[in-house]
Ligand binder design. Sequence first.
Ligand code: GLP
Length: 245
Amino acid sequence: MKLIRARDYDHMSRQAANIISAQVILKPDSVLGLATGSSPIGTYRQLIDWYRKGDIDFSQVRTVNLDEYVGLGPENVQSYAWFMRHNFFDHINLPIGNTNIPDGTNPDAAAECARYDRVIRGLGGIDLQLLGLGPNGHIGFNEPDEFFDKGTHRVALREATIQANKRFFDREEDVPRFAYTMGICDIMQASRVVMVVSGASKAAILREAFFGPVTPRVPASILQLHKHFTLVADEEALGEVAVSC
Ligand code: GLP
């Protein structure tokens, strides 16, 4: 694991954007695995800025998103499809046909998960996967469990996740209870993984995930075993980590 210590959220976002931009410059048709949540928004903002300055070209990039709420279509402002367009895709020259997100409107979970696994395989795997860290250690929507779930699957969101994500909805009842998410194998098979973590509220789970045992109870902990995993975290998120590495 490589740890990049950032001063604050903006610095963390620029550091992560630098890694992604290097990836796209070196391999213009890269497959980028993308994430939602508050953590990567600054990274997307920085990439948009560099695109506008003419420094990055996304015209050949292909993307696969980690997850989507079951029941929400792309026109729903709470869907991750909408999030991605609003925060990133609409502002760069990435053809929308090159983007992939699980289809939350497909009620047939087995069919949708099999389709999404085929999409990932068809792209030849992921060159760089960007991740945030859920408050309970989830990655994508791989929730704490007794085992690591391999491929794309439908997951029942844990109470901690519903509580953390209700801020994006008018009412707690509106938070979908299920999601489709890429599995742990899909994420672990990415050639490079970059995680952005910011703020004191993530300090305890960051320590548990990356300075504790590897366990499906803290899904992000599996990343300790990834060969090219870079953690970009700010001072507050690293507040409970004493070591330097
Ligand atoms: C959601 C997403 C995750 C994300 C997590 C953390 O649950 N499914 O991919 O990492 O939220 O979000 P935030 O960055 O807002 O803390």
